[in-house]
Design a protein around this ligand. Structure first.
Ligand code: 5GP
Ligand code: MG
Ligand code: MG
Length: 193
């Protein structure tokens, strides 16, 4: 069993293409942090945003960007998943909802990737319903899918082509969240997805 997993994981990566190396990924995270620090760094505004990391894909992005943010903030995570027929938009299910107060606050949502945008559109809508003053969507990757999305990211690290990527928190079948760069899988390896 163990060997099967090991071989499968290795085979996926063997056929994959590295789109962005560790250095480009880290540079993109730092640019995003700079931009948030510019926006929230003014002490006279006394802002105290709520930062929400969307588990599990955003765990690595979140862990990399948080120590680069220099303003007071409160952090928590949320967990949402999309189930059902992906082509029909799927159904977004909340496994963990925000515990701190959302009402009246600026909320910064950190996520790994904006693909079709259904997940983040739903998250943004729900946070606004909970009374958020403003919802800022910060995604590490924005996938160029060649059509408009139901939600727009306010801050993007890297724009990627319309390929299935792994690394920097993103997985295929649970594998390779631990890669420091971004890799696009070979489409042949996704046929049974
Ligand atoms: P959306 O609702 O935007 O289509 O789906 C977003 C979620 O799907 C992401 O948060 C991520 O979990 C997953 N996803 C979308 N594209 C990719 C991809 O290229 N690679 C991986 N590993 N996950 C993806
Ligand atoms: Mg996700
Ligand atoms: Mg996944």
């Amino acid at each position: 069993m163990q060997d099967f997993h090991h071989d499968r994981a290795r085979a996926l990566l063997k056929n994959a293409e590295e789109l962005f190396d560790k250095e480009s990924v880290q540079a993109a995270v730092s640019r995003m942090a700079d931009s948030l620090n510019d926006r929230f760094g003014d002490p006279s505004k006394q802002e105290f945003p709520l930062v929400l990391g969307v588990m599990g894909g955003a765990v690595v992005f979140t862990g990399n960007i948080l120590p680069q943010l220099t303003f007071p903030l409160e952090f928590d995570y949320i967990h949402v998943s999309r189930y059902g027929d992906e082509d029909q938009g799927g159904k977004v299910v909340w496994k963990v909802v925000p515990r701190p107060t959302v009402s009246g606050r600026t909320v910064i949502v950190l996520d790994d990737i904006l693909d079709e945008g259904e997940t983040l559109a739903h998250v943004k809508e729900r946070l606004l319903e909970m009374g958020a003053k403003e919802v800022i969507i910060a995604v590490f990757c924005d996938k160029d899918i060649g059509k408009s999305k139901p939600v727009k990211a306010d801050l993007v690290g890297i724009t990627i082509p319309n390929r299935f990527v792994v690394g920097f928190g993103m997985d295929a079948y649970g594998y390779w969240r631990n890669l420091p760069g971004l890799w696009a899988l070979n489409p042949d390896d996704l046929s049974t997805r």
